[in-house]
Design a protein around this ligand. Structure first.
Ligand SMILES: Nc1ncnc2c1ncn2[C@@H]1O[C@H](COP(=O)(O)OP(=O)(O)OP(=O)(O)O)[C@@H](O)[C@H]1O
Length: 243
């Protein structure tokens, strides 16, 4: 049995099929990249799994439990944690306090929670910003903070929504390296990404969504050489070529 099984997941918004019968499964320690043109349903897919949106149809089975329609807090507590494209840290709190707010849900002792937060902060390379107000971080720092807050919850499955968006190439490289490290540590990862270099480097498998439907699934090489995928990206070829 796969760690995460998604069966026929669908979501309509006022007649628009944002997600249309998506079926995919993810094994423990696997990295699944999710790509697709703008509006393909990628974020809706994450939101239906992680509990921000209730799916119209389909099932999400995680670790042998049917978690379909569970609220986000309960999904996160079960071990499935996502990040958001638009970061939402507590801006008037320090980086350490932001991450400690997450570790505190795992460790009752304030000291242990803060020590654990400091470790996560170091792991994502944010130690020099530890005592800075989160609202003053540059975009690259905010992205790392978003990742730190997710890691602080000690997820069994981590779901990253465009964690590289808004970064310049020199900022992307170290973050891709960090994700590669997480991968080598055996993190089970689902990530939505437009930066093809990251998709190619990090993914074991890639799911391509198009107009809410699964268009292709396979190794990074298989999907990027699939004519249907290239066709779906027409007009966005530069992104495919960016690898
Ligand atoms: N809350 C909502 N209400 C109405 N329509 C929505 C809502 N959320 C998403 N949609 C629509 O559903 C479709 C899929 O959107 P979604 O954000 O999931 O796509 P995406 O692949 O993540 O796009 P992007 O790459 O631009 O982030 C789009 O047509 C979008 O306008």
């Amino acid at each position: 049995m796969s760690l995460l099984q998604i069966e026929g997941l669908s979501k309509s918004f006022a007649g628009l099929k944002a997600l249309d019968r998506v079926t995919v499964s993810v094994e423990e320690h696997e990295v699944l990249g999710i790509i697709g043109p703008n509006g393909a349903g990628k974020t809706t897919f994450f939101s239906c799994i992680a509990g921000q949106i209730t799916p119209s149809a389909g099932r999400v089975v995680f670790d042998d439990r049917d978690i379909t329609g569970w609220p986000a807090w309960k999904v996160a507590r079960a071990g499935l944690v996502r990040t958001f494209q638009l970061m939402r840290p507590f801006e008037s709190m320090t980086v350490l306090d932001n991450v400690a707010a997450a570790t505190h849900s795992r460790h009752r002792s304030r000291r242990v929670a803060r020590d654990s937060a400091a470790e996560v902060i170091e792991r994502v390379g944010l130690s020099e910003y530890r005592d800075r107000m989160s609202g003053t971080l540059p975009t690259a720092g905010l992205k790392r903070l978003e990742l730190a807050r997710a890691l602080a919850l000690e997820p069994q499955v981590l779901m990253l929504d465009e964690v590289l968006a808004g970064l310049v190439p020199t900022e992307r490289k170290p973050l891709i390296d960090l994700l590669a490290t997480l991968r080598s540590e055996g993190v089970t990862l689902l990530f939505i990404e437009h930066i093809m270099a990251a998709v190619m480097t990090l993914s074991d498998r890639v799911l391509v969504l198009h107009e809410g439907k699964p268009l292709a699934e396979g190794t990074p090489h298989e999907v990027t050489s699939n004519p249907r995928v290239v066709q779906a990206y027409l007009g966005e070829e530069s992104q495919i070529a960016e690898s």
